[in-house]
Design a protein around this ligand. Structure first.
Ligand code: ZN
Length: 130
């Protein structure tokens, strides 16, 4: 199934945990895995803290320092930094399901990481039952 996610700025970390949890609930799967996949070259998927919103700001700021927007890149579209950040973070995560619930630690949330927004993004969800 596909989730449509709207992002709101060039760099944005959108908490999609509740959407994935709802999809797991509706799948009826008791035990298995969920694969969460960004269908994009400038938007990634990661798991990190969703309790303190400053954590996602720190992640975004650190990535900006590591991979500045302007840096004599070859790619003429002008968004090389977004491509590089996406490859660094990765486009998917796999999370276990038990008793029809996501297995996440207390502070863990699932984020769509936007690096060239704002845009409408597609996240492809696959379930594996075990
Ligand atoms: Zn590009």
């Amino acid at each position: 199934m596909i989730l449509n996610i709207k992002t709101n700025s060039r760099t944005d970390m959108v908490d999609i945990t509740h959407k994935i949890a709802k999809a797991v609930d509706e799948s009826g799967i008791n035990r298995g895995l969920v694969h969460i996949y960004s269908m994009h070259t400038t938007a990634a998927i990661t798991i990190n803290e969703n309790a303190d919103p400053d954590v996602k700001k720190d992640i975004a700021n650190a990535l900006d320092k590591l991979i500045p927007w302007e840096d004599n890149y070859y790619h003429t579209e002008g968004n090389s930094a977004a491509h590089l950040k996406t490859s660094l973070i990765g486009t998917s995560e796999i999370i276990p399901i038990e008793n029809n619930k996501l297995i996440l630690g207390t502070w863990q949330g699932i984020f769509l990481c936007e690096f060239d927004g704002p845009r409408n993004r597609k996240v492809y969800i696959t379930f594996l039952q075990s």
